[in-house]
Design a protein around this ligand. Sequence first.
Ligand SMILES: [Zn+2]
Length: 400
Amino acid sequence: MSEWFFLLIPVAAVSGWWAAKRGNARRGISGPTSDPAFFRGLNYLLDEQPDKAIDIFVKLAEVDEETAEIHLALGSLFRRRGEVDRAIRIHQSLILRPNLSKEERSYALYELGQDYMGAGLFDRAESMFRELVEMKLHRRRALEGLREIYQQEKDWTRCLEVAEQLRLLTGESVSTESAQYHCELAEESLKHGNGQQAVAHLNHARRVDPDCIRATMLQARIAMGQGDSRAAAELYQRVARQGSQFLPEVLSDLVDAYRRSGLEDELSELKRLYRVSPNPALAMMLTDVIQEKEGDGAAIVFLVEHITGYADLVGLERLLDLYAPKLAGDVQTQAAVQAMLAVIGHLRSCRPDHQCEQCGFVARRLHWQCPSCKHWGSIKPVQPESIGDCAGTPVDRRLA
Ligand SMILES: [Zn+2]
């Protein structure tokens, strides 16, 4: 979406004032927005020609220093063009005007808050947004601004307070973010060696969002740290049930928990888990264990079945690796296999490991908050596509 789409926000604000001014004009009250140049400026905004719009609004502002909407539009345009200092000066001078209406002042406060955010002056932006919340004007946008500030500052307790205010104001669920804030607090407690407090935060997280995978992962980590590997294994298995695509994140810890808990039949446990959550990363782990316990032939049989269900490049690469030693003496086929492995390696390197479901941002590792769109829990490990319309089911059948 174009950056200039957001300019429609000041356009809408300015248009609102214009409508009010037009009402005044009908009642015989003149205003500077009756100047045709004002509409030319609006048209330039809508045509995504902000520089021309700025030229017009600057001239209008020179002619009439009192018109708040022109200064608001100008300030917003300067900020979006990266001239934050200029935007701050315009909005600061606006809010100092004694004759400004309450509505005009509230717009100027919000814009100034945005300017301060753009300049990284979070404490000043916080004051602007807090004043708006107290004025009960633009409360949603002001609360969202406060939430953004507290997230940047990693002040998770205040994030929780603002999320609750937003929930009460809008009636919209904030359970995903709130659970993540509790998880952030739990991680901080763990860093400071306070496991008990971490558990309390995680209990809160699960109360507000029972599906919070991160809370389950942290609970498992705590259980492992306390030496309760059986409980940890159960929790890691719960991760698979809550979202099998997250299994790669915990798989080695899960196997570690199996081994530490003295589980003798690790292979059966992994097969059972694979039937429930046929995840490609789990398939690779299973291949290792099958190869170790039952030999290359059994591992090949399993992999052939697996990649029949998934367009899994890692699985295919592993299958060819297992086959390669069987081709000793067959120089031509060996060369073909090496060529296939090179292609697979290239395709794998082009595929993202993690991707945001909201904005498509590609990441090398799991982030709980998307660095691009700031959504929580939207970045997930990328899964190979299932072949045909049989995702999950063929594996159940084969391993039964
Ligand atoms: Zn995103």
